[in-house]
Design a protein around this ligand. Structure first.
Ligand code: ZN
Ligand code: ZN
Length: 553
């Protein structure tokens, strides 16, 4: 009997973001991606969301390595936080490691990781695993699918991928290698990207965006062009620069991560552009409008990004004016639609023209649609399948695609965060669950916790009412009239009468409690909170947070 293999999903199954899984055999664990998720609108004040690392914390000594499939933050952004818990080898392509290093260096934990660069087609022995790094096309260069040769056969993880037949760098998804593994060893289990599993057909090639950009640039000769995209989308940046060059323009970068990533990509030879094309952002005012192209961050409407500041007329480096053309070469990721909409409104108000995906095909996705997913099934011919990387509906739809492509219904398992599966000689079945709650990060605070978030939502929606009262338990009296302070409940000056009534009520309740012999602070607080909460509810039909402060003298 061969050793069983366990796969545990810590994040990314049920949400887009915080991708993280463990592959485990002979007591050794490979961590597959350590991503973050950007906060949703109902998470006020949260900077980012991490996977729950409890399982890894409990098995620190068993962690063999971290493998990063590509450089996006939903796969690498959590590494800096994981490195607080453990010191580990980290495998990835040169670009992936370069992008991941930024956050790790900022967090001051770079000495806790040993970065090991791998190239297309490399096969490495990592603990008891043989791991192959297979090229795939995606919206960041040098992304990998990974194949794990285990005692229970090959596990193939697609990584984030599409099947782009005309990628900008000519580096194709290596279907031939996947097919070769399928026909020699066979693929026991496939884990594949579900992001676009609801979309029929095929995702368009990245190079089609290049043609659109050239056309847009041509149509706006004589005007300044400002183009925004993800700072890690090196192929998009390459195509923006090519469109600018063919249009006789110079290029300036705007936004810290854009400048940083362009420099990194040029150093690694991934951005193929002439040296003299770049000009400092401070110098663009010296150029005629028709010779200016600015590549900027902020495609997701992030509040303090270069583009948002431009839309608000507050970007010190670049002031938009009538005649400028802003191209948003990105699609909002779920949750950011509203913010991007506000930014587009602001851009129009400056007098600029805006070109976005609703008007021109200036963006394509980096994820496979159903047609490409079907190609992967037809080449990989997996015995078992677990859809990964998606909201629950994406996972369900991907499961249906698997079934259409001939994977037995009982060989497809729908898993969510915290689930695990075990592969053994008998087949694939569910393993024990592990903790997989959201870990909220706010500023430098590690975990904010559910209680804090619940309070913030309540404060945001209902406000707070504080009552301050001083009591003398020996004389059994309320020393001063209770003071009612509120934020977000009623507008204080206009509601003075209401606040007066509330104060009188609290005084009465406290005096009654004192006369009945209740003198401890906690008991008095409870009485005050209950009475005030009831009063507020009856008078205004609101349920703000009630905070009683009882001072005992
Ligand atoms: Zn990605
Ligand atoms: Zn992803």
């Amino acid at each position: 009997m061969a050793e069983p293999v366990r796969v545990t999903f810590l994040g990314g199954l049920g949400e887009i973001g915080r991708n993280c899984a463990c592959i485990e055999q002979q007591g050794r664990i490979i961590v597959l991606d350590v991503g973050i998720m950007f906060p949703e609108p109902d998470m006020p004040g949260i900077d980012l969301v991490l996977p729950d690392f409890s399982y890894l914390r409990d098995h620190v000594d068993q962690v063999e390595a971290v493998i990063l499939t590509h450089g996006h933050e939903d796969h690498t952004g959590g590494l800096a936080y994981l490195l607080r818990e453990l010191s580990v080898d980290v495998y990835g392509s040169a670009l992936t490691l370069g992008l991941a290093r930024n956050r790790v260096e900022e967090a001051g934990v770079v000495d806790r990781a040993r970065f090991i660069e791998v190239k297309d087609g490399d096969r490495r022995t990592i603990g008891p695993f043989e791991v192959e790094f297979i090229p795939v096309t995606h919206s960041v260069p040098h992304a990998f699918a990974t194949a794990y040769h285990t005692a229970q056969g090959v596990i193939l993880h697609s990584g984030d991928f599409k099947i782009d037949l005309t990628p900008v760098d000519g580096r194709l998804t290596d279907l031939a290698r996947i097919g070769a593994i399928a026909t020699t060893d066979g693929i026991r289990l496939l884990l594949a990207d579900s992001t676009n599993a609801e979309e029929p057909g095929f995702t368009a090639s990245e190079s089609e965006v290049g043609a659109t950009l050239r056309r847009v640039f041509q149509a706006h000769e004589g005007h300044r062009l400002i183009v925004t995209c993800f700072a890690s989308h090196i192929h998009r940046i390459q195509q923006i620069i090519e469109a600018a060059t063919s249009n006789g323009r110079k290029v300036a970068t705007l936004g810290r991560s854009m400048a940083k990533n362009v420099e990194l990509a040029r150093r690694l030879g991934l951005l193929d552009v002439p040296d003299d094309i770049f000009v400092d952002i401070e110098k663009v005012d010296d150029l005629p409008d028709g010779r200016v192209c600015v590549v900027s961050t902020g495609s997701q409407g992030e509040p303090l990004s270069a583009l948002s500041l431009m839309a608000a007329g507050e970007n010190k480096r670049l002031h938009l004016r009538e005649g400028d053309v802003v191209v948003i070469s990105a699609h909002p990721i779920p949750g950011n639609e509203w913010a991007v909409g506000r930014v587009i409104d602001g851009l129009y108000r400056t007098g600029a023209e805006v070109v976005h995906t609703g008007l021109e095909p200036v963006h394509v996705s980096g994820h496979a649609r159903q047609g490409e997913l079907k190609i992967l099934f037809s080449v990989a011919k997996p015995e078992f399948f677990v859809p990964v990387h998606g909201e629950y509906r994406h996972l369900v739809n991907h499961g249906q695609v698997a079934h259409q492509m001939g994977v037995d219904r009982d060989h497809v398992l729908l898993c969510e965060d915290g689930d695990s599966i075990i592969l053994d000689d008998a087949g694939m079945h569910r393993g024990p669950d592990v903790p997989a709650g959201f870990l909220y990060v706010d500023g430098t605070v590690g975990d904010v916790g559910h209680g804090v978030l619940r309070d913030r939502r309540l404060l945001a929606e209902e406000g707070v009412v504080v009552v301050v009262a001083t009591v003398d338990p020996h004389r059994r009296e309320v020393v001063t009239a209770p003071e009612i302070i509120t934020r977000g409940w009623v507008h204080a000056p206009e509601a003075e009468e209401l606040l007066g009534e509330a104060s009188a009520l609290v005084r009465k309740v406290l005096e009654e409690a004192l006369s009945e012999g209740s003198t401890d602070q906690e008991g008095l607080r409870r009485h005050a909170r209950k009475a005030l909460g009831k009063f507020v509810g009856e008078k205004t039909r609101r349920r703000p947070m009630i905070v009683p402060l009882i001072v005992v003298v």
